[in-house]
Unconditional design. Structure first.
Length: 234
């Protein structure tokens, strides 16, 4: 025969029930802010970003050294469509120098804002090569701050110029190239490449570079990788 529940037992049961309900109540009060992307990858479309630095650093195996790409394969980095340009650029090993230059030119914070912006990002190797040719201590020297800002601002265009938007603009104007006004004030020309869907960039002097990553969508615009640096002139 079951004995009637004592007052102590009732209190114990009430406390146990409250303890079980507390986590559920707290979970309903959690912040709606996005969680750490390193622990919680985006659930929307992602694009694999190029990575070529390990190839630039390749050396043959020796008794004391192993060939770099074999021993230290560069992990893939993804560009998530639900995240801003600044976050995806920061995640790319291939854009480490570009990110550093953006910060020094005081342009990085801009790419974390609503936008939209179209960015033609410069990979490490061509940016390093160009920077070393600038007299007066290199591109990153304080004395060359104005040039650094102009070169970096030339890679940023206001508006969402996805490959589809570029195609539409070319079709509307019945031409194979369009001119985009960059944030440096200089014009960047986008022309059709030889391969279907490919684009070539030209500066004011007619110098050109091809696109490496062809338009990864971002929450505040679109991201391209160029194959080489393209200064406004020269």
């Amino acid at each position: 025969m079951l004995k009637p529940m004592t007052s102590v037992a009732r209190r114990t049961r009430t406390i146990s029930s409250a303890c079980l309900l507390l986590p559920l109540l707290l979970s309903g009060c959690e912040s709606g802010a996005r969680q750490d992307p390193l622990e919680h990858p985006g659930s929307v479309m992602a694009t694999r970003m190029p990575a070529a630095s390990s190839g630039h650093m390749y050396h043959e195996s020796t008794k004391s050294l192993t060939s770099t790409p074999v021993a230290y394969e560069e992990p893939p980095t993804l560009s998530y469509a639900d995240r801003p340009l600044l976050e995806n650029i920061s995640a790319s090993l291939e854009l480490a120098d570009y990110l550093h230059a953006l910060r020094q030119a005081d342009l990085a914070r801009l790419l974390g804002r609503n936008g939209p912006f179209t960015v033609f990002a410069i990979p490490n190797e061509p940016l390093e090569r160009y920077a070393a040719t600038i007299p007066g201590g290199g591109l990153m020297a304080p004395s060359n701050a104005a040039l650094l800002h102009r070169v970096l601002a030339y890679t940023i265009v206001r508006g969402n110029w996805s490959p589809q938007a570029i195609d539409k603009a070319m079709a509307k104007s019945k031409t194979t190239r369009i001119a985009l006004r960059t944030m440096s004030g200089d014009v960047l020309t986008v022309s059709r490449g030889q391969n279907p869907g490919a684009f070539v960039l030209l500066n004011g002097s007619g110098r050109e570079t091809r696109i490496w990553l062809n338009g990864a969508p971002q929450s505040n615009g679109v991201l391209y990788f160029t194959q080489d640096i393209l200064p406004p002139n020269g």
